[in-house]
Design a binder for this molecule. Structure first.
Ligand code: IVH
Length: 684
């Protein structure tokens, strides 16, 4: 039988291997397999065993080297002293133990602290020389990091030049705002690219790039919190004696600092800070995974010093994990307008960060395979970027015996047509086109939507009724419907029937750009549709255009040109267009009737509500700009609201809008949409 010490030695070895493996997944690949809380549990267990059995501890424990291996392609920066990590406190008892330890070590009855939020981003070390940014590096393994100077120079909120010519090396955290993360993933998903698991991975993946242009195109930001080295000659720097002053000094220099830091004088104040931020943090536009409590006096910090891994004068209070466990009841495959098949986990409803979650997108086959989610599994759920529910991982120990790996269907679940996966895409597609009931459903909804043919009354519910009654098999059938037909539909009164028919009739006069958009060619959004309509004026000349004609138009790339050609070459689509024409749908581009000066009134008639604080421009200027674009900014959300624009820390208006299905858009995404129409906010 193995002795206790042998068993412990084996466990220590196992933990070391686990930590090395998960370090690699997290820091090098930006693809964690386990939650932060589970990782911390391994590190804590190893630390405890190494402390208990010092004879089994290696000279250099892996837990002293938390971090990734810097990639040599990026250029390596060496650190001296090493860039340390922090010890963790997981509950108030452990926090109190830290407090008592510091009190004893400093021999002070009531030492004061600075409390800060712990940003869940990517640790960076930046050197400023006489006020100029000269070097930036990731933390790497704490001794060597990657040189990311050119990339960090492209992050807008990190100043290249400080307000004063100081020479110092500082430390901070680069992060991606939640709103930017959500917009980025939405775009990547639309384009069939792999999505990032969370804002931290998105930030890491955006910063650790050989091409600084990529970093520049992603919305990254940073907060700074520590001076590592100073130029002793500098009189400004020599006056700083506390952590609190450090943060204030950073602000004076123009460096971004997380503004919710607080000076505390008693343990109760620290506890209050913890209790407040445990809840409030959900409202921020960046992820935090804890708080950092630091002895305020820098001289006393130096006196306490550090261990191999972490300073003795600070502790990270880790928030309890936000992940909750639930069961996968089913895996549903939905078919989108362009035929993309998206798997969704149907969950036993569970509360996560303030709302009940019963579905979580599994995005595509690669992600589903990697996570190996199966029907019947127990899974951990969290909200990525605080909004979108996602499956973090499967708890394999709880997996029932009879489960089988989920197989992506080879036939479309809606129409039975073959499903294909193109080699360069993450997505599977149904090949059924308009013969697929789901694609048809989504296409009809899109065709009638506000930005397309704007047919009021042709929403999801009506489309479902029309499909059930088999009144429509293709979009042109919409224009064949009569009032009498509609009256036979369940729950359809004569008023709704008259209104819908009127609205359908009215839509025949829409301009060509709307029709092109409504037809739903892949990659052809509103902007591309407008460019095509302006260029060709009639559907007929668009139909006659060659690939070269299309690809030579500024703003129309090969992808759009290819898609238009494919769409227009299919006999079924040609027939639909012919029928639409015969049924009286306008096929020409109607120059905007709005006077030239007002051409940009894209929001005319829209009732818009704002909630939260806005980063791009102050709210007042935003309101003014929306009004210039023809929108009407109103103060409260109702079913008549067309759009709610959400800034940082949104209020109850967001919940209300979500409750009554009013369209909601994040600030960043709204500005991106406007930019696509060539509209940018006023410079203020
Ligand atoms: S202090 C020696 N302050 O958390 C100083 N760290 O889990 C140690 N972090 O590696 C760092 N926000 O990357 C400090 N306000 C903050 C922080 C912070 C985030 C990160 C940092 C560190 C990790 C430790």
């Amino acid at each position: 039988m193995a002795s206790k010490s042998e068993i412990t030695a084996r466990r220590i070895q196992e933990l070391r291997e686990l930590i090395v493996h998960h370090n690699h997944r997290y820091y090098d690949l930006d693809q964690p397999e386990i939650t932060d809380a589970q990782y911390d549990a391994f590190v804590d267990e190893l630390n405890r065993l190494e402390e208990e059995y010092p004879q089994l501890a290696k000279e250099e424990s892996v837990s002293a080297h938390i971090g990734g291996t810097p990639s040599p392609v990026m250029g390596i920066v060496s650190f001296s002293p090493p860039v340390l990590s922090l010890n963790n406190a997981h509950n108030l008892d452990e926090l109190q133990e830290f407090y008592i330890r510091v009190r004893q070590a400093t021999q002070e009855s009531s030492p004061d602290f600075t409390c800060e939020l712990k940003i869940d981003g990517l640790s960076v070390v930046i050197r400023y020389q006489r006020g100029r940014l000269v070097q930036a590096a990731t933390r790497g393994d704490g001794l060597h990091g990657e040189d990311v100077t050119a990339n960090v120079e492209r992050i807008r909120t990190i100043p290249i030049t400080l307000n004063r010519p100081v020479t110092m090396e500082i430390r901070g955290e680069v992060y991606m705002p939640r709103s930017a993360f959500i917009a980025l993933n939405a775009r990547r998903e639309r384009e069939g690219q792999a999505v990032f698991a969370n804002p931290r991975n998105a930030a890491a993946g955006s910063l650790r790039q050989l091409d600084p242009e990529i970093t520049a195109s992603r919305e990254l930001s940073a907060f700074f919190y520590q001076i590592r080295h100073v130029d002793n000659q500098d009189s400004d720097l020599s006056q700083i004696t506390t952590q609190y002053q450090t943060l204030e000094f950073f602000r004076e220099l123009g460096l971004p600092v997380e503004k919710h830091f607080r000076h505390t004088e008693a343990l109760e104040d620290i506890v209050r800070y913890v209790e407040e931020w445990e809840h409030q943090r959900h409202r921020l536009d960046y992820d935090t995974d804890g708080l950092v409590i630091k002895l305020n006096d820098l001289t006393k910090q130096a006196f306490l010093g550090e261990t191999q891994k972490a300073p003795r004068w600070a502790v990270a209070y880790k928030f309890p994990p936000e992940e909750v466990m639930t069961e996968v009841v089913d895996i549903e495959i939905s078919v989108g307008r362009t035929g993309v098949l998206t798997p969704t986990a149907i969950l036993k409803p569970v509360r996560v960060a303030g709302t009940t979650v019963s579905r979580a997108s599994l995005h595509n086959e690669d992600i589903l395979r990697e996570k190996d989610v199966r029907i019947g599994d127990s899974v951990f759920i969290r909200k990525a970027g605080e909004i979108i529910p996602e499956v973090v991982r499967v708890e394999k120990t709880l997996r029932p015996d009879n489960t089988t790996p989920f197989m992506f269907p080879v036939q479309c679940p809606a129409c039975g047509s073959a499903v294909i996966r193109l080699p360069e895409e993450a997505a599977h597609r149904c090949t059924g086109g308009m013969a697929c009931s789901q694609q048809l459903r989504e296409s009809l909804i899109h065709f009638g939507s506000r930005d397309a043919m704007d047919i009021q009354g042709l929403g999801e519910k009506t489309v479902d009724l029309l499909l059930e009654a088999r009144f429509v098999n293709r979009v042109d059938d919409i224009y064949r419907m009569k009032e009498q037909d509609l009256l036979t539909l369940p729950r359809f009164g004569s008023l709704s029937a008259v209104k819908l028919v009127q609205s359908i009739e009215g839509s025949k006069a829409q301009s060509l750009n709307r029709l092109i958009f409504a037809l739903g060619m892949r990659f052809v959004g509103q902007r591309a549709a407008l460019v095509l309509a302006e260029r060709f004026h009639t559907m007929e000349s668009l139909e006659q255009a060659s690939y070269e004609d299309l690809v030579n138009i500024p703003d129309i790339g090969a992808r759009i040109a290819g898609s238009v050609m494919t769409f227009l070459s299919q006999p079924l689509n040609q027939e639909v267009i012919r029928n639409l024409k015969d049924l009286g749908v306008n096929m020409t581009y109607l120059e905007s009737k709005v006077p030239a000066g007002d051409r940009q009134k894209v929001l005319t008639g829209q009732s818009i509500v704002l909630t939260g604080t806005f980063q791009t421009i102050p709210r007042k200027n935003l309101e003014q700009w929306l009004a210039e674009l023809g929108g009407k900014v109103v103060s409260s959300v109702s079913s008549r609201t067309d759009l709610v624009i959400v800034g940082e820390k949104p209020g109850s208006k967001l919940k209300k809008a979500q409750g009554i299905n009013v369209p909601v858009v994040l600030e960043q995404e709204f500005f991106e949409r406007m930019a696509k129409l060539g509209l940018s906010p006023p410079v203020v």
